[in-house]
Design a protein around this ligand. Structure first.
Ligand code: PMP
Length: 361
């Protein structure tokens, strides 16, 4: 079946069409079990095999070293804003946070409930259109950890490099660009991501954490917020989001079939570059982000004539290009072009943008 529309939603977001078709085929009877995955006990052998396969495939995709635990959690990235200080503060009083936008700020605000937060640098002065140069970061060499957001989903600012920090565990919110390109997991203390952008359906939150950081939670930390407990129970301390886990596993298999993260990175770069090229071609469209840190995943843009925005969104929707409205904080448009957005979707958007400019420019 053909993809009915191209959905540019920032999340929950487009899933690979082939994955949805497979889920549909298996919906009522998973591989002869006579049950839907939704109906299975999380402790039964069928679901245990689905869970283990998903973890193994993710480990292959991201080349996750053996001394890292992969946790399949709930509560979204927002829960991680609290779980990280609760679990990683250890005996320290203070943590370093980089401020590159709206999601960094959310993590900072929540972190302040547990620790002294040292904002090592901020790009607020540039309206978050850039990443503060590494040399300007005012780091504390004894901080509990250093937190940053590798892709700011709202304004479309993304790291294509990993900060070089020694002796302080590096913690990253990868909610909107995990699996978009290969990364060296061993450089991180902890990686976390809500699933609903580049992994699978909402309801699952992924945490990849170095084992030696576990087991030192702040006093009073609820069991549900303790990584160690999930690590010891293979993420089955309580009932996990089984269907989201299964579907994410199908996405991992699909990614492996596409050639893994190297192949995705090439495709993502190509998709993003051609979209930015159209935006940059004249004055009709604009993207304010420094070209060095423009996101491959979320491409925000405005029209020089803002009064045309509604028409743009309406006509785009009529052409089958949906959910292009920008975040309420910034307005304008935003095309989220995660792994599952086919290149044809980006090509269709580009053709529409050219035509719209020709008619209204
Ligand atoms: N961090 C980033 C970078 C995000 O894009 C989002 C969601 N848009 C969040 C955190 C919050 O995620 P959740 O809704 O899963 O808590």
């Amino acid at each position: 079946m053909k993809q009915p529309v191209f959905n540019f939603s920032p999340g929950p977001a487009v899933l690979p069409h082939a994955v949805l078709e497979q889920a549909q085929a298996e919906l009522l009877d998973w591989q002869g079990s006579g049950m839907s995955v939704m109906e299975m006990s999380h402790r039964g052998k069928e679901f245990m095999s689905i869970a283990a396969q998903a973890e193994a495939d993710l480990r292959t995709l991201m080349a996750i070293p053996n001394n890292y635990k992969v946790l399949f959690l709930q509560g979204g990235a927002h829960s991680q804003f609290a779980m990280i200080p609760m679990n990683l503060a250890r005996s320290k009083q203070q943590a370093d946070y980089l401020d590159t936008g709206d999601w960094s700020l959310k993590a900072i605000e929540e972190g302040k409930r547990y620790l002294d937060i040292n904002v090592i640098a901020s790009s607020a002065d540039s309206h978050y259109s850039t990443i503060p140069p590494f040399a300007t970061w005012q780091r504390n060499p004894t901080a509990a950890y250093l937190h940053y957001t590798s892709n700011e989903t709202i304004r479309g600012v993304e790291f294509d490099w990993i900060p070089e920090v020694e002796n302080v565990p590096l913690v990253v919110d990868m909610s909107s660009d995990i699996l978009a390109r290969p990364i060296d997991v061993s450089r991180f203390g902890l990686i976390y991501a809500g699933a609903q952008k580049n992994i699978g359906p909402a309801g699952l939150t992924l945490v990849i954490v170095r084992e030696d950081l576990l087991g030192q939670v702040l006093d009073g930390t609820p069991s549900m917020f303790n990584y160690q407990i999930y690590a010891e129970t293979e993420s089955m301390y309580n009932t996990p989001p089984t269907y989201a886990w299964y579907l994410s596993g199908l996405v991992f298999q699909w990614l492996l079939k596409q050639g893994g993260l190297e192949a995705m990175a090439k495709l993502n770069q190509r998709k993003a570059e051609k979209l930015y090229a159209v935006i940059d071609a004249g004055d009709f469209y604009n993207n304010p982000v420094d070209p060095d840190c423009r996101s491959w995943m979320n491409v925000p843009f405005t029209l020089a004539n803002a009064s045309l925005e509604k028409r743009f969104l309406d006509e785009a929707a009529q052409a089958g290009l949906v959910t292009l409205k920008g975040h309420r904080l910034v307005g304008g448009m935003r095309a989220s072009i995660y792994n599952a957005m086919p290149e044809e979707g980006v090509d269709a958007l580009i053709a529409f943008m050219r035509e719209f400019e020709a008619k209204n420019g």
